[in-house]
Design a protein around this ligand. Structure first.
Ligand code: ADP
Length: 243
């Protein structure tokens, strides 16, 4: 379903991704773990070209792109297949909850307003925010704002949902409600890649766990393998710190 091959990316002289290969099957939830600075966010951003990889191939379903040859049209086509949930929500502050979710459908997907509205209502219901349609982001809790972020991504009906540390900006008491929404969506069989520090969540919800360090995939496997009997010393050290 999704195949990343030999993805490389540098910022100046610093090589942040040093040849990443990753395969994600349809309907799978993949958690990416690793210490801060290991390149997790950069990898996620490369998947939808928020960062441009220097080298490598990205395939999503039938669609394939070679980083060295990608045209604007390729990048647009890739973005139509993905949607990102950001650490800091990235909501439009001067738009209501409903308008935030409708925006991408109307502007990017070019749907008629009434259809965009229908889809938006449906996904907002799904994340438990049907009563907040006309609220502005500033009047919502962090957890509610992130649920709007998730609704907005979900509304686009992407082939893969990308989550960049979706709970790391939240007060601890609000983390649970957001993870619960992600868990519920995962059960619907949507393909997801989640960069997270929430080990319990990764263990429970992911089908596949990837441990990155220093711009490479150090180890990957089923959660019970990676958490239960990590093979690599670096993985063991990391898990020890977080458990
Ligand atoms: P992680 O998500 O694992 O914490 P990141 O992908 O955010 O790691 O960052 C990996 C490295 O790349 C870090 O050293 C970070 O400082 C650097 N980096 C990330 N984004 C940029 C950028 N836009 N410009 C320069 N350096 C960056």
């Amino acid at each position: 379903m999704i195949r990343l091959s030999a993805i490389r990316k540098s910022f100046g002289k610093q090589e942040v991704l040093r040849g990443i290969d990753l395969t994600v099957e349809k309907g799978e939830v993949v958690a990416i773990l690793g210490p801060s600075g290991s390149g997790k966010t950069t990898l996620l951003r490369c998947i939808n070209y928020l960062e441009r990889p220097a080298e490598g191939q990205i395939a999503i379903g039938e669609y394939q792109l070679d980083a060295k040859k990608a045209t604007k049209k390729d990048i647009h086509a890739l973005r139509l297949r993905t949607a990102m949930v950001f650490q800091n929500y990235n909501l439009f502050k001067h738009k209501t909850v409903l308008e935030n979710v409708m925006e991408g459908l109307v502007i990017v997907r070019k749907l008629p307003k009434d259809e965009a509205r229908r889809i938006s209502l449906e996904v907002l219901e799904k994340v438990g925010l049907a009563s907040k349609l006309d609220a502005y982001p500033s009047s919502l809790s962090g957890g509610q704002q992130q649920r709007v972020g998730i609704a907005r991504a979900l509304a686009l009906n992407p082939e893969v949902l990308l989550f960049d540390e979706p709970t790391s900006a939240l007060d601890p008491e609000l983390v649970g409600e957001v993870l619960e929404v992600i868990r519920r969506i995962a059960k619907e069989g949507i393909t997801m890649i989640v960069v997270t520090h929430e080990m319990g969540f990764a263990r429970d919800v992911a089908n596949h766990v990837v441990f990155m360090d220093g711009g490479v995939v150090v180890e990957e496997g089923k959660p019970e393998e990676l958490f239960g009997s990590p093979k690599e010393e670096r993985t063991r050290q990391f898990l020890k710190r977080y458990s």
